[in-house]
Design a protein around this ligand. Structure first.
Ligand SMILES: [Zn+2]
Length: 502
């Protein structure tokens, strides 16, 4: 035991004794609420102080800017996890409460169901490295907050995009479940990646806004800067407690640029496959090329959270689209072009076999109306596209079905809470509190320097206010404990290795 460890042990012992003395005094004296509160606070403070001295936290850091929380995590998988769990402990507890409530509400299944799916189906196929990281998150979280969550809770939570909307509908169909809720795979995001004659400098520009319900989206505000022991350094946005970006916007130190939009009305699940959240994280950490990225995503493809992946490799200037169905997939690639996404599949085989319900010809649907808008906007700006322009595009409110400006479910910056139509393809009812919740953009030069731009809240800068919304739409009252204001922050630059501003 070194001098540091002895001092640390001494400090821990002192705070534990301090807590015990208070507890003893509390028992001897007439019970008083303030003494009890003081005891609880003392023990919690002792736990936090002891945990803060944990050697696994060495090097890790956190600061807040522009509505985002930036965390720097480094080291072996267990340490990266511990730092994640400790530095984001309160946000993980809060995010877990909101997400798990939504999973249970939508599927009419209890939490034990999701724990079992995580434990029996997902966990055995998670690589040892990520099992260690997930265990580390639980350890760090418990050390910070005294949380009772365990690794099954955390794995189910990490799979919040794939278990409720992919696994459960597949299971309901298999079990011919009577009165099963009408679950639809989500349609999250508007994005593009452009290169060659399309961009101002001839290099790659990539941009993405995340569409989700506001309840989850207002919590999707972490910037992860991760320097893992193995693999490439990563800079990505993400959700507290989840090891993948999950709305998927990230870059790595080998020059790979990654984003996606979900495939609307996708159906299918392979219970023997590997969790999507693990494959997506692994691909960002280990892929240095479009081919390597594709290979990792295909290895154990479980059909969960099926996406049209938009990729760029700044080393070659090449971009690609990987339309990853379960029964079929297709890869397009080019060094001179633009690839956009707004939740529609286009490969005939994927359309036929993986999204049989999707109607690519319905111009009034959210995915197709946004597809038309991307084509207009990108063609109008061919040769001029840069990060500043991309930021503007992410906040666009042109509705191509109505042919006018009207922030709604058909605009690149989505505001479904303002639409009497909702989005029936995703089972979002009229005035559903969801839409674009944040945006990010980067280019080849910024990726070389490991920098991204990010804006929390609607990319147009508009605010969502929970109280007037709930008053006008009592049908969403069940969300009241979790739904908060989502105020837009400024476009903010983040870079790997950044420290808090003085
Ligand atoms: Zn907007």
């Amino acid at each position: 035991m070194g001098a540091d460890s002895i001092r640390r042990a001494g400090a821990i012992l002192l705070v534990i004794l301090g807590g015990a003395a208070l507890w003893w005094a509390g028992n001897g004296a007439p019970a008083s609420a303030s003494a009890n509160d003081a005891m609880v606070a003392t023990i919690a403070a002792a736990r936090e102080r002891a945990a803060a001295n944990d050697p696994r936290l060495k090097g890790a850091s956190r600061f807040e800017e522009g509505g985002w929380i930036y965390v720097y995590l480094e080291g072996d998988p267990g340490a990266v996890g511990y730092q994640h769990g400790y530095l984001l402990g309160p946000e993980i507890e809060d995010g877990f409460a909101a997400v798990s409530a939504g999973m249970m509400h939508a599927t009419e299944r209890d939490w034990e169901f999701f724990r079992k799916a995580a434990h029996e189906m997902l966990w055995p196929k998670i690589d040892a490295e990520y099992q260690q990281e997930l265990r580390g998150i639980v350890d760090g979280l418990r050390a910070r907050t005294g949380s009772k969550l365990d690794v099954d809770d955390l794995v189910a939570f990490n799979a919040f995009e794939e278990l409720p909307d992919y696994y459960v509908p597949w299971l309901n169909k298999r079990q011919k479940a009577a009165n099963a809720p009408n679950l639809k795979s989500p349609g999250n995001c508007s994005a593009f990646v452009a290169t060659g004659s399309w961009t101002k400098d001839g290099q790659i520009v990539m941009a993405h806004n995340n569409w989700t319900n506001y309840r989850n989206g207002e919590r999707w505000r972490i910037v992860f800067d991760i320097a893992p022991k193995n693999g490439y350094r990563m800079l990505m946005d993400g959700f507290p407690g989840v090891i993948a970006s999950d709305d998927d916007f990230g870059i790595n130190s080998d020059g790979l640029m990654v984003t996606e939009t979900t495939i609307t009305q996708f159906e299918g699940w392979d219970p023997n496959g590997k969790a999507e959240f693990m494959r997506a994280r692994k691909a960002l950490q280990y892929a240095g090329s479009i081919d390597e990225y594709t290979k990792i995503m295909l290895d154990g493809n479980n059909g969960g959270y099926a996406n049209d992946w938009l990729l760029g490799d700044r080393k070659t200037g090449e971009i690609a689209q990987l339309e990853l169905g379960l029964k079929a997939y297709k890869l397009w690639r080019t060094k001179d072009g633009v690839l956009a996404g707004s939740n529609w599949a286009r490969d005939t085989k994927v359309l036929k076999e993986d999204t049989p319900q999707f109607d690519p010809n319905n111009k009034d649907s959210s995915p197709n109306a946004r597809r038309v808008r991307w084509e207009e906007l990108l063609n109008e700006n061919k040769g001029k596209i840069d990060v500043a322009l991309a930021e503007k595009m992410l906040g666009d409110h042109s509705d191509t079905a109505e042919k006018k400006e009207d922030a709604n479910e058909r605009t690149l910056c989505g505001h479904v809470d303002g639409s009497r139509r909702g989005v029936k393809e995703w089972d979002w009812q009229p005035y559903y509190p969801g839409g674009a919740v944040q945006g990010k953009a980067t280019d080849s030069t910024m990726t070389k320097e490991m920098r991204i731009m990010a804006r929390m809240g609607h990319p147009c800068g508009g605010d969502f206010l929970a109280k007037p919304f709930l008053a006008a739409h009592p049908e969403y009252a069940w969300q009241e404990p979790y739904l908060r204001d989502m105020k837009a922050g400024p476009w903010t630059e983040f870079r790997s290795g950044q420290m808090a501003k003085e």
